[in-house]
Design a protein around this ligand. Structure first.
Ligand SMILES: Nc1ncnc2c1ncn2[C@@H]1O[C@H](COP(=O)(O)OP(=O)(O)OP(=O)(O)O)[C@@H](O)[C@H]1O
Ligand SMILES: [Mg+2]
Length: 252
């Protein structure tokens, strides 16, 4: 069982979107995947309920925040027995429930956009992960994820962000970024999985000129490819985290 949590005390950095993208991509490999939605705003639980109402299947199971925060650790342990992967979506705050979830996390993904200001806040998220690791006397692996970046994001912005992170001693950055894509925004707007978006859009653009069709379909294919590469990068980071934990003698 692997537990991947998405955290960043700053709101709106892409935690929920990145969590659902990961859950969908891992499910597509045939693994049993659960998502634990610990955000009181319950965006993923609402997404799952909307899909259920319209008779759409879910490739992964969604569980809601327990009524008492102290039940979180027990719930994660219970789900760990029943699924191959557990993806935990956390709220954009420093609530106690975040600490509970982190204490059972194999890899914490910290999404941030490409601004130096967000880099400083992501460094605070890293501090929280490290502090929780000290509390439980075992380090918790983390990786920063550039989410919502523009395709050309490589220039001076990235240099600024990396310099900011290096100054805060934050080194682990996922080698794949999530690009800002309309397809990713549409997941929650229309309760659609990424895998359904191509077929849905194909029927929307049927009858238009081939170039008009291509203009709509090409970004969706790019979004699907990006999501796949991103999920693979998370799986690799997870394997590395487990390898390091084994090396340190921490039971997996
Ligand atoms: N890669 C992306 N491309 C396009 N839109 C994105 C992307 N990532 C996130 N968004 C959009 O940005 C907004 C915030 O994203 P999201 O809800 O995933 O962030 P969050 O960190 O979970 O927020 P909160 O802290 O409120 O829980 C949403 O409208 C979402 O659709
Ligand atoms: Mg969220």
């Amino acid at each position: 069982m692997h537990v991947v949590s998405f955290t960043n005390p700053k709101g709106g950095t892409g935690k929920t979107t990145s969590a659902v993208l990961l859950a969908e991509q891992i499910s597509a490999t045939g693994a049993r995947v659960a998502v634990l939605d610990l955000d009181p705003n319950a965006n993923i639980a609402v997404f799952a309920a909307a899909r259920k109402r319209s008779g759409k299947a879910m490739p992964f199971d969604v569980f809601s925040r327990p009524s008492a925060a102290e039940e979180t650790v027990g719930l994660i342990d219970d789900l760990s027995d029943r699924y191959d992967y557990l993806v935990v979506d956390l709220e954009g705050s420093k609530d106690q429930i975040v600490t509970f979830a982190l204490s059972r996390t194999d890899l914490c993904v910290i999404p941030l956009d490409g601004s130096a200001m967000e880099a400083r806040q992501a460094a605070q998220a890293v501090n929280l992960v490290q502090m929780t690791g000290r509390m439980i006397r075992q380090p918790i692996a983390y990786s920063l994820l550039f989410s919502r970046t523009v395709p050309a994001f490589q220039s001076s912005d990235e240099r600024d962000v990396r310099a900011e992170l290096a100054a805060s001693n934050v080194a682990n950055i996922l080698p794949v970024r999530l690009i800002k894509r309309a397809a990713y925004t549409r997941i929650f707007r229309d309760s659609l999985l990424l895998s359904e978006m191509l077929t849905t859009t194909e029927s929307e653009v049927a009858g238009r000129s081939p170039s008009a069709q291509e203009a709509r379909l090409k970004p969706i294919r790019a979004a699907a490819e990006n999501a796949q590469q991103y999920a693979q990068a998370v799986i690799n980071a997870l394997a590395e985290a487990k390898r390091q934990a084994a090396e340190q003698g921490v039971p997996a």
